[in-house]
Design a protein around this ligand. Structure first.
Ligand code: ZN
Length: 139
């Protein structure tokens, strides 16, 4: 069985930032969701879209994701993205195209970190989550 390094929702390091949340199912595969106009790219905006990943099954959001190895092929990973995009109503062709793109981007991203790394999203940037002092997070 081939394995693939992917990003999944995790509770690890949740609450290190005061505006953390994780509404995903534990271990759920995640994608990088789209941003709304309200937060305008700000990772600490009220909505939270610019600091979150989206669960492929639940379509809910989390601020923390972890790199893990999953027993799945790249084709299966593409299929998971595709199905998720179909579920939110994208037309078939678009869902397929975006599913391939998303899977490619996410695999590349996951490969940039060692397995077990917790990552967070700060707007456009996906970075390793290091210890966040609470004073800093609260300001
Ligand atoms: Zn938003």
């Amino acid at each position: 069985m081939p394995t693939l390094a992917v990003l999944v929702a995790t509770d690890r390091t949740q609450r290190d930032r005061v505006n953390d949340f994780n509404w995903c199912s534990p271990g759920e595969l995640v994608d990088i969701g789209s941003d709304c106009d309200r937060d305008r790219g700000s990772p600490d905006g009220a909505c939270g879209c610019c600091r979150s990943f989206t669960g492929l099954d639940s379509r809910r959001a989390t601020t923390t994701a972890e790199v893990v190895r999953r027993p799945m092929s790249f084709a299966e990973y593409v299929a998971a993205h595709h199905a998720s995009l179909l579920r939110i109503g994208l037309p078939g062709d678009t869902a397929r195209e975006r599913g391939v793109e998303a899977a490619r981007d996410m695999v590349r991203l996951a490969a940039a970190f060692p397995v077990g790394t917790v990552v967070e999203r700060r707007g456009e940037q996906i970075v390793e989550r290091l210890h966040v002092p609470h004073e800093e997070a609260a300001s």
